[in-house]
Ligand binder design. Structure first.
Ligand code: GDP
Length: 479
């Protein structure tokens, strides 16, 4: 629930007119009944020297600050890890997901296996693991672009007979940008030309070095088709999660992220939600993205109706008033009236803003962002016509060091600027530098929508000089 000017004044024990005057000084024209966003509320309260109690400002856009009386550190207990499988096309992602599911789901449950809700859970030694089976990298990146982080561990699938391919590199870049641990599954070990050593060798270039060679990356040889190596892979996932200690509080109201959603002719809006914290129950009032509702029914990954869903559990729900988007976050509220009012406000605001992407990094305002202290690292994606140029541009960029601000190259490769580069840039707030390459049509369109800055150059020196100048504020006519 957000606050109107009048409500805020009351909480501050001030006159509304006084608050309105203060707002005017801040350049905000607002009447007494106008609602204020969180930033503005904070500005005003800071001006009065008052700290905002988070519960007082359960802002419609700020699910993160929503708190619960049962929310305390000691209530947090172990939760299953959430795993995403990535890799080059045809290297066996789908087959591996199927294989894990079939190997690990007990016979009694197998009946429900046809159900597809975009995610599933397995159980091994009384420990659960959640797998997202949304295809390709798109799910991962669009979710991250929307600010949702759902993946705990990435399984990088590399075919032993094919080795590291373009989408393998892309997957590595995505996982690294999200700071998610990577387990490498070297697949198709049953094939004639399988050469796992070559895969390991190739991956050392990306700092994925196997333990046997003194590194820290876990490699597991598998044959998804024959179901070989699956036990070990599952063991390794459990090992990583033991080290990482993923936790959540099952006693509080549920929060989480939309995995996928659609409109079903009979059931209305249907959404697969991943509960990331708390426990969700049938009947719960809920705000999901810009929509809201009351959970009418919940179905698990086996197609069974369930009454509640604990942390890391994926469930398909009905009862929403509209279809949310993948990557939207959700929050369960204690009463339906509140959920409705927050949901309606969010919908109204979403319409107002449509897309607010003003925080995007761009060459033109790099200096002011650095000055504001918002920018300690500048994320950059480098694309060039040939590998030699990629290395040259990368090398020169990495040497730039202006006032302690570092250039961080999150992805570099030869070839045209593709839509996936733009999505990665958008998810990581990065600038794309193209050297003798252009964005393709899709990349250009997405860059326009997502407001990603693409700089194209024909001379390496120009590319370097431009970014260095931008960092020093030399593009600013005042200097
Ligand atoms: P994806 O595009 O990464 O999802 O790859 P798929 O799972 O669709 O697999 C691509 C092809 O490789 C299919 O024809 C699979 O049958 C085959 N494949 C997948 N895993 C294996 C494996 O372990 N061994 C062999 N020989 N073929 C496999």
């Amino acid at each position: 629930e957000s606050l109107t000017v009048g409500e805020l004044a009351e909480k501050l024990h001030r006159d509304s007119s006084e608050v309105i005057k203060k707002l005017m000084k801040l350049g905000v024209m607002a009447t007494k009944n106008e609602s204020l966003d969180k930033e503005t509320i904070e500005l005003i309260t800071a001006d009065y020297g008052v700290e905002v109690e988070e519960e007082e400002v359960i802002d419609k856009l700020d699910i993160d600050i929503y708190t619960d009386e049962n929310d305390s550190e000691e209530n947090r207990t172990e939760r299953p890890p959430v795993v995403t499988i990535m890799g080059h096309v045809d290297h066996g992602k789908t087959t591996l997901l199927d294989s894990i599911r079939h190997t690990k789901v007990t016979a009694g449950e197998a009946g429900g296996i046809t159900q597809h809700i975009g995610a599933y859970q397995i159980e091994e030694n009384n420990k659960k693991i959640t797998f997202l089976d949304t295809p390709g990298h798109a799910a991962f990146t669009t979710m991250r672009a929307r600010g949702a982080q759902v993946t705990d561990i990435t399984i990088l699938v590399v075919a032993a007979d094919d080795g590291v391919m373009p989408q393998t590199k892309e997957a590595i870049a995505h996982a690294k940008a999200a700071e998610v641990p990577i387990i490498v599954a070297v697949n198709k070990m049953d094939k004639e030309g399988a050469n796992p050593d070559r895969v390991m060798q190739e991956l050392t270039e990306f700092e994925l070095v196997p333990e046997a060679w003194g590194g820290e990356t876990i490699f597991v040889n598998v044959s998804a088709i024959k179901g070989e190596g699956i036990d070990e892979l599952v063991e390794m996932i459990l090992l990583v999660s033991e080290v990482e200690e993923y936790k959540a509080n099952p006693d509080k109201r549920a929060t989480g992220t939309v995995i996928e959603a659609e409109l079903d002719k009979g059931k209305g809006p249907v959404a697969t939600l991943l509960v990331q914290d708390g426990t969700m129950h049938v009947g719960d009032p809920i705000v999901v993205g810009n929509t809201f509702g009351r959970i009418r029914a919940m179905v698990n990954d086996l197609g069974r109706r369930v009454k509640s869903a604990a942390p890391s559990t994926p469930v398909e729900i009905t009862g929403l008033s509209d279809v949310p988007q993948a990557g939207d976050q959700f929050v369960v509220f204690e009463d339906e009236k509140k959920a409705r009012s927050v949901g309606e406000q969010r919908a109204a605001r979403a319409k107002d803003e449509e897309r607010n992407l003003t925080n995007r990094v761009s060459i033109d305002d790099l200096f002011s962002q650095i000055q504001d202290g918002n920018m300690k690292e500048i994320n950059v994606i480098v694309k060039a016509d040939v590998q030699g140029s990629v290395e040259a541009v990368k090398g020169s960029l990495e040497k730039i060091d202006v006032e302690g601000v570092k250039i961080n190259i999150i992805h570099a490769g030869a070839g045209a600027i593709a839509e996936s580069d733009v999505i990665l840039a958008s998810a990581s707030n990065a600038i794309i530098i193209g050297f003798n390459v252009r964005p393709d049509v899709n990349a250009k369109r997405t860059a326009d929508v997502e407001k990603v800055d693409i700089r194209q150059h024909r001379v390496i020196y120009d590319a370097i000089e431009e970014i260095e100048a931008a960092m020093k504020g030399m593009l600013d006519p005042i200097f």
